[in-house]
Design a protein around this ligand. Structure first.
Ligand SMILES: [Zn+2]
Ligand SMILES: [Zn+2]
Length: 288
């Protein structure tokens, strides 16, 4: 069993719990052979600090320093546990600040030599679409409705992929998290925008994250929704599992259900990243 997106820990993330070592111990106990750790990069700008980070007196310097410590820790722990599990040493990017993120994100990769990157879009117009409804409302106002917002979201995913060439695209239809409150996210115009993004996913040879957090956020389906998953699959785009765990107890959460979900939608294999030393390669694993 393998998950490529997750392993956030309270040690390095304000909205996760537990220590990174506990996350890895939990992955071993739950029978993972490969477990991808993809901590969030720092959000480069004081304006992006989360309210609870501000309450705790955290600063941009603090979250940058935490991430630097994370990068050292994940390499050390991967070595320490190498006999028992393959830990992939990764990170999850942000597309903020919207006009300067590519260099910042690629520099982190160069500096630390991460195995891979999760390409995710949590922001639109420099405002989080992944947090509160109030922030989502601000973006709705700027974009002029849910349909243009969703189309703008997919355009941002496409641009991110072209800018960064991530190995894995995280929670492809995250816009559903808050967006489902405002209207359908599978209208012809939105499907067409998402379809254009799938062309970019395909052209850049990315793996899509079958991300189980959608269920935990109260959505009817994980990310991506069935129509989008089926369309990607028809194009030959591969999938991986992502538990998007934010603590040791969430390691592996939803993966058995996600396996069923893939099979129900006609997908009978997943692609995993494997690492030998510093060499990362892909392997295809049958689901039955
Ligand atoms: Zn998170
Ligand atoms: Zn994410």
């Amino acid at each position: 069993m393998a998950s490529l997106h997750g392993g956030h820990s309270g040690e390095f993330c304000n909205h996760a719990t537990g220590a990174l070592r506990e996350v890895i111990e939990s992955a071993i106990a739950k029978g993972f052979s490969t477990y991808g750790i993809s901590e969030h990069v720092p959000r480069h700008g004081e304006q992006y600090l989360y309210p609870d980070e501000r309450e705790r007196g955290w600063t941009l310097e603090k979250i940058i320093s935490d991430f630097e410590h994370y990068a050292v820790a994940v390499f050390a722990l991967a070595d320490e546990y190498a006999e028992r599990i393959t830990i992939l040493r990764g990170y999850e990017i942000e597309i903020i600040p919207h006009d300067s993120y590519p260099k910042i994100m690629l520099d982190y990769r160069k500096r630390f030599g991460f195995d891979y990157m999760i390409g995710s879009v949590h922001y639109l117009d420099d405002i989080s679409i992944d947090s509160t409804v109030e922030e989502f409302d601000q973006v709705l106002e700027i974009r002029g409705g849910i349909e243009p917002l969703a189309r703008g979201y997919y355009a941002s995913v496409s641009k991110m992929i072209e800018d960064l060439h991530p190995e894995v695209v995280g929670h492809l239809d995250l816009v559903r998290k808050n967006g489902h409150l405002y209207g359908p996210l599978d209208t012809p115009a939105i499907r067409s925008a998402a379809g254009a993004t799938l062309e970019v996913v395909k052209a850049n040879d990315c793996i899509l994250d079958l991300n189980t957090a959608g269920w935990r956020k109260g959505l009817d389906f994980p990310y991506p929704a069935p129509w989008l998953l089926q369309r990607a699959h028809a194009m030959g785009i591969p999938f991986c599992f992502g538990d998007d765990s934010h603590g040791p107890d969430l390691v592996g959460a939803g993966i058995p259900e996600a396996r069923e979900y893939l099979l129900q939608n006609g997908v009978d294999k997943v692609t995993v990243l494997k690492r030998t030393g510093n060499d990362v390669h892909r392997e295809v694993i049958a689901l039955r």
